[in-house]
Write a protein that binds this ligand. Sequence first.
Ligand SMILES: Cc1ncc(COP(=O)(O)O)c(C=O)c1O
Length: 372
Amino acid sequence: MQFIDLKTQQNLIRDKIDKRIQDVLNHGQYIMGPEVRELEEKLAEYVGTKFCISCSSGTDALLIPLMAKGIGPGDAIITTPFTYIATAGVIKLLGATPVFVDIDADSYNINPNTIVDGILIAKNKGLKPKAIIPVDLFGLPADYKIIEAVAKENNLFILEDTAQGFGGEINGGRAGSFGHIAATSFFPAKPLGCYGDGGAIFTNDDELNIIMKSVRVHGGGIDKYDNVRMGLNGRLDTLQAAILLEKLDIFPEEVTGRNRVADYYSKYLPSQFKKPFTPVGYKSSWAQYSILARSKTERESIIKHLKEVDIPAMIYYWLPLHLQGVFSDLGYVMGDYPISEESSEKIFSIPMHPYLDRSNQDIIIEALNSIG
Ligand SMILES: Cc1ncc(COP(=O)(O)O)c(C=O)c1O
């Protein structure tokens, strides 16, 4: 059994992917070829934003907007400690300071009611709060209604980290459209993944669109030998865009498939595990199906048992960011963010992909039942 089955998906569309790859080999425009433009148009249409800027990874999709906004030393960005390193790593990379606030115990997303505390902490440290980076963790969009109100009140911009959330929705609005700018990842295991690294940025802001495109390629001005700001080599490969075009075609069905799998788990998994919570009006893209054991020790024995019966399980994330060595200079200690810390001790994720059939799900459910 696989944790994420990319092979079944590939078999389904292999001919179309092969044809797309052949097209690229034939026209030879490996950098910023026509597939890149076509993909950006289709992604913007899918998400419902004016612009999509494809780029080289989800990490660069976070970095480029922060660079475009001129984030640097003295600036504070409020974010969650219960996420992948990239979310806060890009802040530190630019010399700015991540200010963590705790998560909500049910959604695992940033608790919007604690953002104001983060703003105060930042100001007390003599920092200028500039932005919030909420993460749509495990596929579930964050609580943008409250986040937007806090951001407006405090003159902060929102950079939505929807690396895991692409395909999610709130009341019909799509993930990628909730912040002033949004970043997603096409890492192969993500809900929409390519066959390498890739990412995309979304915005409705005309000026930012121009600046972010410039940052994407070495801060270019009127042409590639006129450079007006610091930038990156952050383009998406044409070959990856070609592959993504075929994957995007079947993506809506895949999101439906993931929701079918999640519903079945939620209905039949034993009640001793805390199952994911999806608020009314929200739709998750189920990057992961994550549940809580009752204790760290129980989680250890569950993972061991699942391994014995060949069921893959993963832990996202066993160490929250505020306790990681890379941020030790910020002086955080155990106890600062109790909900993130407790979640880190008890959480584990079980296989999730759109092609997981009932019989395999029954095996997983049975294995977890037998532990109870
Ligand atoms: C929440 C989150 N943000 C950012 C990233 C970075 O994406 P990438 O690996 O494409 O750079 C990831 C990828 O794992 C992620 O899960």
